[in-house]
Design a protein around this ligand. Structure first.
Ligand SMILES: Nc1ncnc2c1ncn2[C@@H]1O[C@H](COP(=O)(O)OP(=O)(O)OP(=O)(O)O)[C@@H](O)[C@H]1O
Length: 390
């Protein structure tokens, strides 16, 4: 009993350290000196055979819950990345600190998570948290996703598995993919996939693709006005598929007009069913326009090169991430900024899976750049032979 009390006191002291670090307290001037008053800690308990510690606390009257949200980083600094903060939105908080670590590798397997995403319009399977729970979200509720991370952090693997999940979960009449990959490396596998409407391999093509999407935004805007609805998903007479535009290393577009298009899509796209997934290697104030960043409602922060890069994308601490495929998720619908393990999907397995979604080149509904048409067909022949050999 005595030991129990000691432990509880020690745990509470740690939480007070976090309150102190984040400035989550009120100061009162007593007749002698200034006194700090912290939120009231109701309990601090060790649960699940030592695997987690749960704190319950309430804010002082008049303390703004937004203040705690803003100061979340202090909890992460004191307790590490292994925590979850839940609130009733008024004053009560439950803070859970996990002691278990993320797993090393969890393979992408659609059958294992398909039941978890049935209610998502555009499902994103983010990964597993430290409590070994799958974290998913709907891109329509968290419109526009930014994936950032330095070389070797696992960003490309995540982008691959996100696209594969979308292809497996959504029929081509409800999802059109517009892909741009200036490195000519990441998206080549997606060639001839039914859902893929455009596949751009250089900045010029990508820019043209974005101009085309701008026209589509206007067309969709007219449709929702005509049918008097607020979102394209409610269109009855002229239903339209969702459009997901994925651009790998979008900073290499190096074009003011293209950046303006991205900004406009990020502003207007949600109601019109046009959603961005952008990846970036080195985010800073030059490569990532702050207006665009503000419109990207979900961020996956894989290991960054330094703290500045991590701060720019809103996932401070991403510079300290250790494991392969570990990242911090900042989004509207997932509580806190949890550290997650992305699902692993290697190129070989991806190629195998994609075979089921490919059509013959002449059936592929794609706008091939005329100059590149012959190259496209050459590439296909090689691809098919390779696939048949397997
Ligand atoms: N989710 C994951 N689980 C386990 N290991 C992973 C995961 N994602 C990536 N890795 C490992 O990390 C390596 C680098 O991953 P990846 O190629 O995705 O990094 P990257 O950030 O895209 O780098 P680059 O920018 O050079 O392409 C992979 O070869 C793989 O071994």
């Amino acid at each position: 009993m005595f030991k129990q009390k000691l432990l509880e006191r020690k745990l509470k002291r740690q939480l007070i350290r976090a309150f102190k670090a984040g400035g989550v307290y009120r100061e009162y001037q007593s007749y002698k000196d200034k006194k700090k008053v912290y939120p009231k800690i109701h309990s601090a308990r060790v649960l699940n055979e030592g695997k987690k510690v749960e704190y319950v606390f309430t804010l002082l009257n008049g303390q703004d819950p937004k203040e705690v949200k803003k100061k979340e980083y202090a909890f992460y600094q004191v307790f590490g990345r292994t925590l979850e903060i839940k609130t009733d939105g008024i004053k009560k908080y439950t803070l859970t600190v996990y002691s278990n670590d993320l797993k090393d590798k969890i393979n992408w397997n659609f059958d294992k998570f398909k039941d978890d995403i049935t209610d998502h319009e555009i499902p994103i399977v983010a990964g597993f948290n430290k409590n070994n729970e799958l974290v998913t979200f709907d891109l329509i509720e968290n419109p526009h996703l930014l994936i950032s991370g330095t070389t070797g952090s696992g960003k490309s693997t995540q982008l691959r598995s996100i696209l594969m999940t979308l292809i497996a979960a959504m029929p081509p009449n409800n999802l059109e993919l517009y892909l741009a990959d200036m490195k000519m490396a990441e998206f080549a596998f997606f060639r001839y996939v039914k859902h893929v409407k455009q596949l751009c391999m250089n900045a010029k093509e990508a820019k043209e693709m974005l101009f085309g999407v701008m026209d589509e935004l206007d067309r969709r805007q007219e449709l929702i006005v005509k049918e008097e609805v607020t979102h394209v998903k409610d269109l009855k007479e002229n239903p339209v598929p969702y459009i997901v535009i994925a651009i790998d290393e979008f900073a290499s577009l190096h074009d003011k007009d293209a950046m303006e298009c991205l900004l406009e899509i990020s502003n207007r796209g949600r109601a019109l069913g046009v959603i961005l997934i952008l990846s970036i290697l080195r985010p800073d104030s030059k490569t990532l326009d702050s207006r665009l960043k503000n419109n990207l409602n979900a961020t996956m922060g894989f290991k960054t090169r330094n703290r500045t890069n991590a701060n720019v994308i809103g996932t401070p601490g991403a510079e300290d991430l250790k494991g392969n495929g570990h990242f911090l998720l900042d989004s509207i619908t997932v509580e806190g900024i949890p550290e997650l393990q992305a699902l692993f999907l290697d190129e070989k397995k991806l190629q195998k899976l994609l075979k089921h979604y490919k059509v013959k080149p002449e059936e592929w509904n794609i706008e091939v750049n005329e100059d590149n048409e012959d190259d496209e067909l050459d590439g296909l022949q090689g691809g098919l032979l390779e696939d048949d050999d397997e």
